[in-house]
Design a protein around this ligand. Structure first.
Ligand SMILES: [Zn+2]
Length: 174
């Protein structure tokens, strides 16, 4: 086994990378090594143990693949709260609102869509927040967080060094 388990800053597994990739991240100062294999890697200048588990030192932002624009992700960005009255609701009870109404040229984009409860959505109707006398809790923006990824691994192929970290996910397949 020459793969390395990559954890985010919060010690949650996010993906499996090659040990070469792990070494690159290590030399760039982006990760710390939590577990090592017995095998060593030799280069002209150093000998290091092959990393088994590494942890990102900073919160990872994924810039190349933007967060998918979807109803559920809008609710997640807004912490499942109506952005007008602040009420926290279940997904089934939430709606989304065009801040600048579509009838007034408002677009369906991250920056113009907010989570709203049914009463606030009805009250605001086809008006801007100013016209309706309603204030937004926060200015809507494109989120930069990484959605939770699910690791699918076969338990048989998981090295012992990973066990302690995978225990927490509860996402392992058969
Ligand atoms: Zn509301």
């Amino acid at each position: 086994m020459t793969d390395t388990l990559l954890l985010n800053a919060g010690y949650e597994p996010i993906k499996v990378v090659s040990w070469q990739r792990a070494i690159t991240l290590l030399t760039l100062g982006k990760v710390e090594v939590l577990e090592e294999y017995d095998r060593s890697i030799r280069s002209p200048t150093l000998v290091i143990k092959m990393p088994a588990v590494v942890r990102l030192l900073r919160m990872f932002r994924r810039n190349k693949q933007p967060v998918k624009f979807s109803r559920v992700n809008i609710y997640a960005r807004d912490h499942y709260r109506c952005q007008y009255c602040g009420t926290k609701l279940a997904i089934a009870d939430l709606t989304y609102d065009h801040v600048v109404p579509r009838a007034r040229g408002g677009r369906t984009v991250w920056e113009n869509i907010v989570t709203a409860c049914v009463p606030c959505n009805a009250r605001k109707s086809d008006r801007t927040p100013e016209q309706a006398g309603m204030r937004l809790l926060a200015t809507p923006a494109r989120p930069t967080w990484v959605p939770v990824m699910t690791l699918r691994l076969s338990m048989r192929s998981v090295p012992d060094a990973w066990q302690d970290y995978l225990y927490w996910t509860g996402e392992l397949g058969p």
